[in-house]
Ligand binder design. Structure first.
Ligand code: NAD
Length: 313
């Protein structure tokens, strides 16, 4: 462990590298197709807590040459109109990727909305087809946050293979996909959740700990194994400040490496979403009738989303 505490795994510089690669990739796309790739962000009512996050995404799109479109559905709208809006975006050849504001208003069923998204435009990997591809180890779109939680380890040179990894949280968008990705990386993975007995016992065993529970201070330094690598996915507001699920000050004295909040997984999530969009745009263009065969062999930054496992069963 470095003197003076854990190594900080900063997402910012890695995100900047990814954004730079995406910007170059998007410039090539624009040159070739004479149009910008388009991300549609569907929102149901502007007062949603995720609005700040979505506006950040739209700003990031602009910086790399992606056109971000905010598609508003009335906050009081029926489920059918949200589904219809998504179907229209699916059918619009100019739109390459679709993300939907979460959480949805309580009157709208998540499943109906998720099922409506064209899997080829589902750049945040929430459609069952993409979830299934991940589960089976095939290439699909990964949920950006789970992707970021594992990508920050890979790009920081943290060895994952053979390590005991513990994921705290089993949500469909973060905990479970992060666990599957760690298995792909050949870690031995335990998933803990709200009904786990003796969380401390499991956490103490972790050489790599990924925490996505949405509870500030859930994990403290005394719970950690000395030298553990900690990825804090949590985003919580406490006394007007953003904090993770891990008590940073106590954890950094025990861990060998830790992601800060803010500045860890968050920036990488955002950058990977852009990379997924660029990949979707290229894949759709390559699938158009008459697309040059040569373009199908092009290396793209979308390869950040290629299968992670290397030949293991
Ligand atoms: P969620 O509420 O859907 O899931 C939380 C999970 O944590 C559940 O599976 C639950 O079983 C588990 N959990 C809750 N309390 C627990 C406890 N005491 N012990 C063990 N497990 C417990 O949340 P989510 O959408 O998966 O998000 C998790 C966190 O990640 C939130 O803080 C969210 O804000 C954050 N998040 C961050 C990013 C990012 O880019 N960094 C993106 C999305 C979500």
């Amino acid at each position: 462990m470095p003197r003076g505490g854990a190594r900080l795994l900063q997402g910012g510089p890695i995100a900047a590298e990814i954004r730079q690669a995406v910007a170059e990739d998007v410039a090539a796309y624009r040159e070739r197709h004479d149009r910008a790739p388009v991300l549609a962000v569907v929102i149901c009512g502007r007062d949603a807590p995720s609005m700040v996050y979505l506006q950040q995404i739209l700003r990031s799109c602009e910086k790399v040459g992606i056109e971000g479109r905010l598609v508003e559905v009335d906050g009081e709208a029926a489920e059918a109109s949200v589904v219809e809006t998504i179907r229209e975006l699916n059918a619009d050849p100019a739109v390459n990727g679709i993300i939907v504001q979460m959480p949805l208003p309580p009157t709208i069923r998540l499943r109906s909305v998720v099922d409506a998204i064209d899997p080829a435009k589902d750049i945040d990997g929430i459609h069952p087809l993409n979830a299934g591809l991940l589960r089976l180890g095939y290439d699909g779109f990964l949920p950006a946050t789970a992707h970021a939680a594992v990508e920050i380890l890979r790009r920081s040179g943290i060895e994952i293979e053979g390590k005991r990894a513990v994921v705290v949280g089993r949500s469909a968008v973060v905990g479970m996909p992060a666990a599957f990705l760690l298995v792909r990386e050949n870690a031995t993975v335990t998933v803990c959740h709200s009904r786990t007995r003796d969380l401390k016992h499991h956490v103490k065993d972790a050489e790599i700990l990924v925490v996505a529970a949405g509870h500030p201070g859930l994990i403290t330094g005394s719970m950690l194994r000395r030298g553990a690598v900690v990825v804090d996915v949590g985003i919580n507001v406490v006394d007007d400040k953003l904090v993770g699920d891990v008590d940073f000050e106590s954890a950094r004295r025990v861990a060998s490496a830790i992601t800060p909040v803010p500045g860890g997984v968050g920036p990488l999530t955002n950058a990977l979403l852009l990379a997924h969009l660029a990949r979707a745009a290229h894949a759709q263009a390559d699938a158009e009738p008459g697309a040059a065969a040569a373009s199908r062999t092009r290396a793209s930054v979308g390869s950040a989303n290629q299968p992670l496992t290397r030949g293991a069963t």
